[in-house]
Design a protein. Structure first.
Length: 390
């Protein structure tokens, strides 16, 4: 009989390099593999299990909903989806939500909203979207196009037209790239996959001001930074700007697939029946989980703990051998190493019982937002030991 790894190799397309571990169960920030070995987790999947593994209230919300009504088509009203949309709009001061199932889909929706707004107002030619070099916006053909990294622009030609790329933190470059065809700028405020690059606050504020004046829409991709990760509900609140559209996915479902595109007053009526949709979007089980997550993480005490836990981790990590610098906002943490390959070190950490991820040449932590002090200390002990071995 084949084991999990052998079956995976034989029957699953090899789109991922995996660690040699098959996870079986988890609680909080602790998981166990098929052999019973224990791991402490500072990755949350990739920023997905925002309340850790199998948090009691989340499990209850999801299982009760699964036992009540598990799906309905989008031709019916769904109370869980309406509640989630209302909550999100009320908490952020935004106006309307469109539901999907992933970060890439949320960004696709944002791109469609931006292009339709511009089409309705200025005609078909004003359709170009500027994104930043080193960004990451997803794996569909259009969001690969939006992603400002050449390595992603391969194999799958032809890519979607209408994207231009500029360096982050360079207002001149942005101003020079804008033409009368530009309809939007799309950016992450912290480039997650790109190496936890925190954009300059001044730049972000100037960019929003500049775009507002030209009726160029600002789309903030909060797929990774959203849902409490940076110590505010959304990172744009840390940067003190209000985009026209933001997208959120990963952490907001607490472990179930969801992607939301959220727009402000100006765009709330751009999309009309049959301009967008997806079968599984606004699924009641997923929304029940997300409602639970949002209730929990939106409390000011909870968010301030996200920041204080992040600060605690930063201070301890900075004292470790082999660490050059830490890039951090809330519990979104990139660790610059003096030397050594981040992927090798992450693999050694996993062997030593710490689940940690990488971003370019950095180690990256996206711990469960409710991780305990004990779990943090255990994780940091393993990291320190692993860095010493390196
Ligand atoms: C992960 C990520 C995406 C893609 O999300 P998927 O759910 O994998 O489609 C898009 N943008 C950012 C910033 C991300 O971190």
């Amino acid at each position: 009989m084949m084991n999990t790894k052998e079956k995976d190799s034989q029957y699953i397309m090899h789109t991922y390099g995996r660690y040699n571990v098959a996870l079986k169960s988890g609680k909080g920030a602790t998981a166990y593999d098929e052999d019973g070995k224990k791991y402490v987790d500072v990755a949350s999947g990739i920023g997905v299990n925002s309340l850790g593994w199998c948090e009691d209230g989340w499990v209850k919300a999801v299982s009760e909903q699964a036992n009540t009504i598990q799906h309905m088509s989008n031709y019916f009203y769904c109370p869980q989806a309406s509640n989630l949309a209302e909550k999100l709009c009320t908490l952020t001061g935004f106006s309307k939500v469109c539901f999907g199932n992933s970060g890439a889909e949320a960004n696709e929706c944002a791109i469609k909203v931006a292009r339709k707004y511009s089409f309705d107002k200025y005609g078909a030619d004003r359709n170009e979207i500027i994104t930043l070099n080193n960004s990451f916006h997803g794996r569909t053909v259009t969001t690969l196009s939006a992603t400002g990294q050449d390595v992603f622009h391969n194999y799958f030609f032809p890519f979607t037209q209408g994207f231009a790329y500029v360096d982050a933190n360079d207002m001149n470059a942005l101003e020079n790239a804008v033409t009368d065809k530009t309809c939007a700028v799309m950016l992450e405020l912290i480039q997650g996959e790109g190496g936890v690059n925190i954009l300059d606050k001044d730049y972000v504020q100037s960019l929003v001001k500049f775009c507002n004046e030209k009726d160029i829409l600002v789309i903030v991709d909060e797929v990774q930074t959203g849902a409490g990760r940076t110590g505010k509900l959304f990172a744009f609140q840390n940067f003190e700007v209000k985009p026209d559209i933001f997208t959120v996915a990963k952490g907001i479902g607490g472990g179930l697939p969801i992607g939301l595109c959220v727009c402000g007053e100006k765009l709330k009526d751009v999309m009309s029946p049959s301009t967008h949709g997806t079968t599984f979007g606004a699924n009641p089980v997923v929304c029940a989980g997300a409602n639970y997550v949002l209730d929990k993480i939106s409390k000011p005490e909870f968010l301030s703990e996200v920041e204080s836990k992040g600060k605690y981790i930063e201070e301890k990590v900075l004292k470790m051998d082999g660490v050059k610098a830490v890039r951090r906002m809330g519990l979104m943490i990139g660790i610059e190493l003096k030397d050594g390959d981040a992927h090798d070190i992450a693999a050694k950490c996993v062997e030593n019982g710490l689940i940690i991820i990488t971003a370019k040449s950095l180690l990256r932590m996206l711990p469960p937002l409710n991780i305990t002090k004990e779990e943090i200390d255990l994780a940091l002990d393993i990291l320190e030991k692993t860095l010493k071995e390196n």
